[in-house]
Design a protein around this ligand. Structure first.
Ligand SMILES: Nc1ncnc2c1ncn2[C@@H]1O[C@H](C[S@+](CC[C@H]([NH3+])C(=O)[O-])CC(=O)[O-])[C@@H](O)[C@H]1O
Ligand SMILES: O=C(O)C(=O)Cc1ccccc1
Length: 242
């Protein structure tokens, strides 16, 4: 059972930039479910999509795996011991906890949990790649290269699932959707102060793109087929097929 997220519940003298440290690990399942509309549906959907796209004798990548929720969903949905999942995160605290969690399950598909920067990876024989709310934390100038690398290492017929917080640009629509997302967080028990302090912590850390920016990157990397398979407010998930 995950502890309740109260990281921003008290007024802080100075709000530091958000990072995935031990404090966040302890509350992460609670934090992400109360903060990301549709998170549980997306995790379930990733398992279903893996059933369609994961190939035997191939590698499946979960990039920015955190505690490995997507990895678990795939391992549960795809009962194949000939393929393997490589779950990667650059937070030591996340990787330690993720390793412990994954070892507690007895699914057929083996899993390697690795502490690394996803920008340093070389992809090989990939059939299914997951970036579930991770690309938004990568510096903007590294995003295209990562997608190119994934495309290069992907087998024909393979697929990428990319989930992201979107921006609608500097528009009144964007302002209204952000307001609605904050109302969602309030309904899930966060106070106005918690919402404001978390927002400040994420400034310049979580940098959202527009749907068009994502679509342009898919085309530039070489992908020909893609669509939005899920969206709840400004949180969307794309399926991108090679
Ligand atoms: N360059 C990087 N290299 C590796 N990991 C990174 C990098 N940058 C950020 N991360 C990692 O990406 C994860 C983002 S959380 C993903 C949720 C998960 N996918 C889930 O399905 O529950 C999303 C969120 O909290 O909004 C964190 O664990 C970071 O350490
Ligand atoms: O909390 C938010 O406002 C978010 O955008 C999502 C989120 C969830 C967990 C860690 C960082 C960001």
């Amino acid at each position: 059972m995950s502890k309740k997220d109260n990281i921003y519940a008290d007024q802080l003298e100075q709000v530091e930039s958000f990072n995935f440290d031990q404090k966040v690990v302890e509350v992460f399942p609670d934090m992400i479910k109360r903060s990301v509309p549709g998170y549980t549906s997306i995790i379930d959907g990733i398992g279903q999509l893996a059933k369609k796209y994961a190939q035997p004798h191939s590698s499946i990548y979960d990039l920015g795996c955190s505690l490995g929720a997507a990895t678990l969903s795939i391992r549960e949905a795809v009962n194949d011991k000939t393929s393997k999942i490589i779950a990667v995160d650059n937070s030591k605290a996340m990787i330690e906890r993720c390793t412990l969690i994954q070892s507690g399950y007895n699914f057929a598909m083996p899993v390697d949990v690795i502490e690394a920067d996803i920008s340093d990876l070389k992809f090989e024989n990939a059939s299914f790649v997951v970036l579930n709310f991770t690309l938004q934390f990568l510096p903007r100038d590294q995003r295209q290269t990562l997608l190119n690398n994934i495309y290069q290492g992907m087998n024909p017929g393979g697929a990428l699932v990319l989930s992201e917080k979107l921006t609608m640009g500097s528009t009144s629509l964007d302002h209204n959707i952000i307001d609605i997302h904050h109302d969602f967080k309030k309904q899930n028990g966060y106070s106005d102060m918690e919402i404001a302090q978390k927002r400040a912590a994420l400034e310049n850390v979580l940098i959202p793109d527009t749907r068009e920016q994502h679509y342009q990157r898919f085309v530039k990397a070489g992908f020909s087929q893609f669509d939005t398979w899920f969206q709840h407010y400004n949180f969307a998930s794309f399926i991108v097929v090679k």
